[in-house]
Ligand binder design. Sequence first.
Ligand code: SAH
Length: 364
Amino acid sequence: MADELPPLEAEIRRRIAIAGPMSVGQYMTLCLTHPQHGYYMTRDPFGAAGDFTTAPEISQMFGELLGLWAASVWLQMDSPENVRLVELGPGRGSMMLDALRAVQVVAGFRKAVVVHMVEISPVLEQRQRQALTGVDVPVGWHRTLDEVPEGPLIILANEFFDALPVQQAVMCADGWHERVVKVGDDGKLQFSNARDPIPLFEQMLPATVRDAPIGAIFEWRADQTALELGRRIVRANGAALVIDYGHTRSAIGDTLQAVGTHDFADPLLSPGLVDLTAHVDFQALAQAAESMGARTHGPIEQSVLLRRLGIGDRAHALKMAAPHKSAEIDAALARLISEEATGMGRLFKAIGLSYPRLGPLPGF
Ligand code: SAH
């Protein structure tokens, strides 16, 4: 049977047969970034023909405003002669392209900037290289933030942290057990709980989550990027703007979700063929950066940030320049700042992080 399975599912079953049930975190890591069969490693998932659409793909305004955000933060930082503009998980490269075009108005910043793209997927790196052909600032690629050279930096990340694997634990009568993926009696992949409780888990939980009822699920990320981000912006002076969907305070809940061709799917069906994400816990993200000495700004809703950064004026200017595109621009604007319960403007949050002496960041 294993021969007929999609390759990543066969690999996951092989590992479970050898080592026993695997953690949700390990499952998610394999699904997204297995070197040959991981979701991001093999495809360009964005756009109308892909699985999902992100803010930079909806409108150029998003990247432009973030570029101007970075330029004004650079001015606040006393305009260091060299600054790394780092993007984590740059997708198709659209956001950086739009950002660099917009910052042409701040000549000093353009001169100071070296762009560093942090991208794990060779396919998307190629896509980004194509997108940025012809930009007149130096651009380099890295697999992790650690690889970016030390020095003053400004970090941008849109829909990056949701793609990092989460671990899950389930509250049971005898304490918290790690949630795992196993092969069920019916031969299908299914969720289960590890046999033994996780020692001392309760003590690591945020206070708001400690009295969770039986059956509650808590998620956390073991990934070190938030710590590294905090360390870097404190050590060499810098700031970061992280935008993603998630909750402002740590909370219980299973937010692991699979999306394929613009629709929700079962996270255990088709491993490697659909996108897997989980909400970002902004409190945990802030605490990780603060533990390295960083200062937190926000989080605030995306709609609030984009309005304060002037998305209304930008949309107006674009419509004046191209009246035949007015309806399209208005639709994109409405989508980015929609405050309906399921609207992007509301679901997505923005958090700023900086070295302690840096004053209020633009938009916060
Ligand atoms: N920021 C883009 C893409 C978001 S999708 C946008 O808004 O359109 C997530 C991006 O992060 C993809 O480029 C994906 O390949 C990359 N990625 C996922 N996991 C990663 C990891 N562990 N390290 C570096 N990049 C990663």
